[in-house]
Design a binder for this molecule. Structure first.
Ligand SMILES: *Cc1c(COP(=O)(O)O)cnc(C)c1O
Length: 383
């Protein structure tokens, strides 16, 4: 994974939930001769890239396709929701965290009829309630949820939710931004109609390229659905790709080169070995947190295996900012949480890192606690 290219760029270990640490070869892949992306040479690259993005989730390239956009991952949620809802129907968002809340906000911004089916952020959705909602609202035609709620790290039961969506005749869109190319996904077996990600997370490439992988037939059907956006319409972008092999508007050229290199490295590492590496990193993070006495938000058996959400200790000397800055100056980036009710910080197992990086991190992290006079193991008021 690490490589012998002769550039000399400082290596940072990013423990934030994306963008992730990249290899030097992915960084270097961006340095290419200037090219107009309307040249045939570039369109040829896009074709292979689109097919690889489908293969990563084990999709058959006749049934499934990928549609690429220039933007960050939130754009995919926007595209799916605004493009895939037929007239006179409703969206159901199964919401137990910050990223599903973002989907609800998208519904609100477009003025789309929707049901925000809320569950506590530290719990999996209750499938009986999901089914009851679908049964009572036959106008739900789009069900959306998040695979790994990156705000907490909880794993949602997408296969079961997808089966329910299909039983009641709805399309199932899943935000897989923080699992794609890490935790193995099988688009058909997982009952997913559309999943999504951006190049800077599981693929370990650069920011600026996002993509939806989904069912071709449903995209074609959506041609006649109400058009609610121009730049972010799924069918319009798909149709342009099918006709020309290119993005409708200027693609993020250098990020495309980096992504192609990252996918080459993805196949070389292998799905299983890569997931085993992320799991090693995740276990090392949890061991380190446990050793220092940190409590976490999500029960071990419900974690998606990529994001740890640790609760701030009840110590007057604890300061996330001070600990963050100490670690940051030494090449390790930690990240605040995204839960309104509890103060948390996150450590994530994304990126081109391994166990040894986590061991190095915890040495620095423990030093950061000690220089700030935080009691170790950390203390909490209530048992
Ligand atoms: C990172 C992420 C996104 C995209 O966030 P951006 O800030 O737009 O990059 C969307 N969904 C999930 C679950 C994510 O982890």
């Amino acid at each position: 994974m690490q490589n012998a290219s002769n550039i000399n760029v400082k290596r940072n270990v990013l423990l934030n939930p994306g963008p992730s640490t990249t290899t030097d070869s992915v960084k270097m892949a961006q340095v290419v001769p200037d090219i107009c992306p309307r040249e045939k040479e570039f369109a040829g690259l896009m074709k292979g890239l689109r097919e690889d993005l489908v293969r990563i989730v084990h999709g058959d390239t006749d049934t499934y396709t990928s549609v690429l956009f220039c933007g960050s991952g939130t754009l995919n949620i926007d595209v799916c929701i605004n493009s895939l809802l037929p007239a006179d129907s409703k969206v159901l968002v199964i919401n137990n965290g910050a990223y599903s809340t973002r989907a609800v906000e998208i519904c609100e911004y477009y003025g789309l009829p929707h049901i925000d089916l809320k569950f506590p952020v530290d719990q999996r959705p209750d499938l009986a309630k999901v089914e009851e909602t679908l049964k009572n609202n036959p106008d739900i035609k789009l069900v959306h949820t998040t695979h790994n709620e990156t705000g907490t790290g909880i794993l949602n039961p997408i296969r079961e939710i997808g089966a329910l969506a299909h039983k009641y005749g709805a399309v199932f869109t899943v935000d897989t931004t923080s699992t794609y190319a890490m935790r193995p996904i099988n688009i058909a077996e997982d009952n997913i109609d559309f999943c999504m990600a951006s190049a800077q997370k599981g693929l370990m490439a650069m920011t600026g390229l996002s993509f939806v992988v989904g069912n071709r037939e449903i995209i074609e059907r959506s041609k006649d659905f109400p058009r609610r956006s121009y730049y972010c319409n799924l069918y319009l972008q798909y149709e342009y790709f099918e006709k020309t092999g290119e993005m409708h508007f200027t693609p993020p050229v250098q990020t495309v080169y980096a992504t192609i290199e990252a996918i080459k490295e993805y196949w070389a590492e292998g799905e299983e070995a890569k997931w085993a590496r992320h799991t090693r990193v995740f276990n090392a993070i949890n061991d380190g947190l446990d050793r220092l006495g940190f409590r976490q938000v999500i029960k071990p058996e419900e974690r998606a295996g990529l994001v740890s959400s640790a609760i701030y200790p009840d110590d007057p000397n604890w300061s996330f900012e001070k600990v963050h800055d100490y670690c940051y100056e030494r090449g390790f980036t930690i990240y605040p949480g995204k839960i309104s009710t509890t103060n948390t910080f996150r450590l994530c197992a994304l990126g081109a890192i391994d166990e040894s990086d986590i061991r190095d991190f915890f040495e620095v992290f423990e030093e950061a606690l000690k220089v700030n006079n935080v009691t170790v193991p950390v203390i909490y008021k209530e048992g």
